[in-house]
Design a protein around this ligand. Structure first.
Ligand SMILES: *Cc1c(COP(=O)(O)O)cnc(C)c1O
Length: 473
């Protein structure tokens, strides 16, 4: 493609993008495609000769779009959101055109230094301690893996990277029963074993019980195990439970255990001073991750990973073969040594665009808006005689179920499963589910930059109307 054609196509696509965002609501929020339906429309093999861009773009519209779930749709209340505000889209367009591989300082000094500055802006915005430094990881899963690996290495004076784990005995890791599956994945990959991940019981608010944590550590020590890492959660995926950091941190200090905090979604709320209670005890924390790509208007992928002791991180990951040496050495940050990946995308640019474009006040308004939507709607759900809330809801997520008078408890799970299916088949609203104390629950999360009050009202009407039809005889 020559540059003339590139310019023409790019203008056309930008117009399409603006139309898309304007008309998001014309699309069904969750793709209505059936398994295999998209695959069947794609040729079995690659084309022999190059095809015309107009034709490729037409197929994008005809084949691909119907198979997309529209994450920016105002009716997207499923999982956690993956925000992509217009400024972050613009930045990603530039990132894509620059197409730099930002593994070390020298391979793009601006990418490294902007990342350093953006991580510090995020640190200030979220009220994290000055000692924290960090880098952008692709996902919270990767950041948690980096934390677990660093914990393991620090425990053994950074020797197990070389010696392997065979002589080190059993390492135990701790997290609440509500922890995200990425913790299980991290301890598996780190060679610590998910059988050695202790799932600590939770209290009536689904937060980790510190007393039980300490009992588990002591009993592991008595059994000759090596307690290595505790993963605390701020805002659990299932229902937004918040673990008590200070009490967990005190226990970690007492037994010299790395404390990692998974705040993947809820961490964005720290931009609001009224939610800083969640990080009471942060001075006892070794590392923390949160995803601006979930709720801070910065599109996927962008996970902010903070550590107190960057040396522990770098000593865990640094490998310096001749072909990667640069003359700047360690006078600069080489983020390839701060995690698993060597090659790195230029992710800081979108943060810069987003933070400057919204400012602290704009980011706060975005967060408060969604927390307000959820708190108001949760109250309505709670007041409705045929619905009930199933867990505390401090942020912009609440869990509920339909429970019409006279319905047998045993029938409620399947009734609510059907309700979820019907809601999602409508194409107007997309919710997901969880289980709370064995009961099937629907999750409602607000976070799309395009969601307004009337979308919340429509969602609630849709939920009620769909529910009522289920029991009409
Ligand atoms: C979403 C989520 C994760 C995983 O996030 P990725 O960035 O997709 O790896 C981890 N922990 C919690 C609490 C989450 O909500």
């Amino acid at each position: 493609m020559d540059n003339e054609e590139f310019r023409k196509q790019a203008h056309k696509l930008v117009d399409w993008m603006a139309d898309y965002l304007e008309n998001l609501e014309d699309y069904p929020v969750r793709s209505q495609a059936k398994p295999g339906e998209i695959l069947a429309q794609l040729p079995d093999g690659p084309p022999q000769s190059g095809e015309d861009m107009n034709r490729i773009f037409r197929d994008f519209q005809d084949i691909i779009l119907p198979g997309m779930t529209h994450w920016q749709h105002p009716g997207f209340m499923a999982y956690f959101p993956a925000n992509a505000s217009p400024p972050s889209v613009l930045a990603e367009m530039l990132t894509s055109a620059l197409a730099a591989q930002c593994m070390s300082w020298q391979t793009s000094p601006a990418a490294t230094e902007l990342e350093e500055r953006m991580m510090d802006w995020l640190r200030q915005l979220t009220g994290l301690p000055e000692e924290f430094v960090g880098c952008i990881q692709d996902t919270a899963s990767t950041a948690t893996l980096a934390a677990v690996l660093s914990a393991r290495e620090r425990r053994h004076q950074f020797s197990t990277n070389h010696s392997g784990l065979s002589i080190t005995g059993t390492h135990t890791t701790y997290a609440s029963a509500e922890v995200h599956s990425s913790a299980d994945k991290a301890v598996r990959i780190a060679g610590l074993g998910s059988d050695n991940l202790r799932k600590i019981s939770v209290d009536e608010n689904f937060a980790m019980c510190p007393g039980d944590l300490e009992n588990a550590i002591v009993s592991d020590l008595n059994a000759g195990c090596t307690p290595t890492c505790v993963i605390a959660t701020l805002g659990s995926t299932s229902l937004s439970a918040v673990d008590p950091l200070r009490r967990i941190g005190e226990i970690c200090r007492k037994y010299d255990i790395w404390l990692h905090v998974d705040a993947a979604w809820a961490g964005s709320a720290l931009v609001l001073p009224e939610f800083r209670w969640m990080i009471d005890g942060i001075e006892l924390v070794d590392s923390l991750v949160f995803n601006p790509h979930k709720w801070l208007l910065t599109q996927f992928d962008c996970s902010a990973f903070f550590v107190r002791d960057k040396e522990a991180l770098i000593r865990t990951f640094e490998i310096l073969p001749e072909y990667l040496k640069t003359k700047e050495g360690d006078r600069v940050n080489n983020y390839r040594d701060w995690g698993v990946q060597l090659g790195r995308r230029f992710r800081a640019l979108k943060l810069w665009f987003v933070i400057r474009s919204y400012g602290q006040a704009g980011l706060q308004a975005h967060l408060r808006k969604h927390i307000g939507f959820c708190q108001d709607l949760a109250e309505k759900v709670d007041r409705h005689p045929d619905f009930e809330l199933l867990a505390p809801h401090p942020l912009a997520l609440f869990c509920f179920r339909y429970r019409p008078a006279g319905t047998d408890e045993k029938a409620l799970d399947s009734l609510n499963e059907t309700l979820l299916e019907k809601i999602n088949d409508s194409g107007r609203l997309y919710l997901t589910q969880t289980r709370i104390g064995g009961r099937y629950a629907l999750r409602f999360v607000s976070g799309s930059p395009y969601t307004e009050q009337h979308h919340i009202d429509e969602a609630w009407s849709l939920i009620q109307n769909t529910a009522v039809k289920l029991i009409k005889r």
